[in-house]
Design a protein around this ligand. Structure first.
Ligand code: 3PG
Length: 306
């Protein structure tokens, strides 16, 4: 059984060692394709793989066509918008994610970006503090819950909106539920995005929502660039010089935003929310275990293309 780990953005070495150990204990072979810079290399590497572990690597019909032996793909992480699920299903390939495994890492980065932004990007001038500010968490999944836990340690007033999460879950976490996105953006001086990129959410963070935020607003995006309506964001930031945007996913208009909003905009060069040794170990080893459990026991608990 051959398991290909194809990661354009590699895991920490310690995580690869852990994956190898899990697979070798099961008698499987590990093939490693890291930092590949052409799609052709991926198409060649998947040809004889029975299983595939990826991160944000795109798996579409072309990759699935090339992967003649493939039975399972595990996205070592939360968001699986990089996998063509319908194509996986039609190729009889099970697709899974590893929910929760990297969520603390992403949450820590979200809080780090908040401090960075409200301290004026560490430029030596006087900034503000998180304590006492209202934080709006947009979607209360694994990352949102970790953000809430850490934000409470900072002394923030935490509110959240999630159409798919009950008030009870939020209240138990010490968070005040609100019942529409509009209400969240009306009340929160800082909004942290934790929504997946779906047909429903793409472009949904638009002028209407963002213009509701109170003075000295900060939008933090450690989710996906596709959820932002970039044109609307640029329009709003042009109108409001009290509005800051910090993101872990470089927008298509990164260059323009740097030019226009030099002191109010920041993007990481490459998505790094889940780029910690701990998150790589957790997600990578979970992916390897899920593959073994699938082949040995038929376990499909984390399947996302049912
Ligand atoms: C996720 O969906 O798990 C995060 O966005 C992390 O993605 P990455 O593995 O590409 O860093």
């Amino acid at each position: 059984m051959k398991v290909l780990v194809a990661t354009e953005k590699p895991f920490a070495k310690v995580a690869v060692d852990g994956i190898r150990q899990v697979l070798e204990e099961a008698g499987y072979e590990l093939a490693l394709l890291e930092k590949y810079n052409s799609r052709q290399l991926l198409l060649e590497a998947v040809a004889d793989a029975d299983a595939l572990i990826i991160r944000s690597d795109v798996v579409d019909a072309e990759v699935l066509d090339a992967a003649k032996k493939l039975k399972i793909i595990v996205r070592a992480g939360a968001g699986y918008d990089n996998i063509d699920l319908a194509a996986a299903t039609s190729h009889n390939v099970v697709a899974m994610n590893t929910p929760g495994q990297n969520s603390n890492a992403v949450a820590e980065l979200a809080l780090g970006l908040m401090v960075f932004a409200i301290r004026n990007f560490y430029d030596g001038t006087s900034g503000t503090e998180l304590k006492g500010k209202t934080l709006g968490i947009h979607a209360f999944g694994n990352v949102g819950r970790n953000v809430a836990r850490i934000a409470k340690g900072f002394g923030m007033n935490v509110i959240a909106y999630d159409a798919y999460c009950s008030d009870e879950v939020m209240v138990a976490a010490g968070v005040t539920p609100v019942h529409s996105a509009e209400e969240l953006y009306d009340k929160a001086q800082i909004v942290s995005l934790h929504i997946p990129a779906t047909a429903e959410t793409k472009q949904s963070i638009n002028y209407n929502l963002l213009s509701r935020m109170p003075n000295n607003a900060l939008l933090v995006n450690t989710a996906r660039k596709e959820v932002i309506n970039e044109e609307d964001l640029i329009r709003l930031m042009s109108e409001r010089n009290d509005f800051k945007y910090v993101t872990d996913i470089m927008p298509a208009s990164d260059h323009k935003m740097h030019e226009l909003f030099e002191e109010r905009y920041f993007s990481t060069p490459k998505k790094m929310g889940a780029q910690t040794a701990e998150a790589n170990i957790n997600a990578g080893i979970a992916a390897a275990r899920q593959i073994v459990d699938f082949f040995v026991n038929g376990n499909t608990r984390f399947q996302v293309n049912k």
